[in-house]
Design a protein. Sequence first.
Length: 95
Amino acid sequence: MRVTVNPSATFAKARFAGGDRHALDIRVEAQARLDVPTAAAETVYRALDQPAAVVATLAVADGAILRLLPPEPVLFAAASVLRQIDYDFASQPSC
C-alpha cells in the first residue's frame, strides 16, 4: 500500500519563535510506503531567551519505504531553532 500525506496546509503556516515546540511523529509499518512532501517553508522568528525546537521521530519497519521532504527554513534576524530528527530504522528499510 502506498500513502501520500501532504501536510502543506500545516507547514505553509508553520511559524516559530523562541520557546515554541513542534513535534512530528511518523511511523511506517512493514511493507507500507509513505510519502510526506511539503510545499512551503518554515518561518523562524527571533528568539529572546530560548530557541524554537522542531523534533521529528521517524520509525520505519522492515520492507517499508519512507520518503520525507522537510520544509526549507526561512530565518529572520536573531532567529534560533533547534532541529532534532530521531531515527528508528528496522534492519531492511528503504528511505
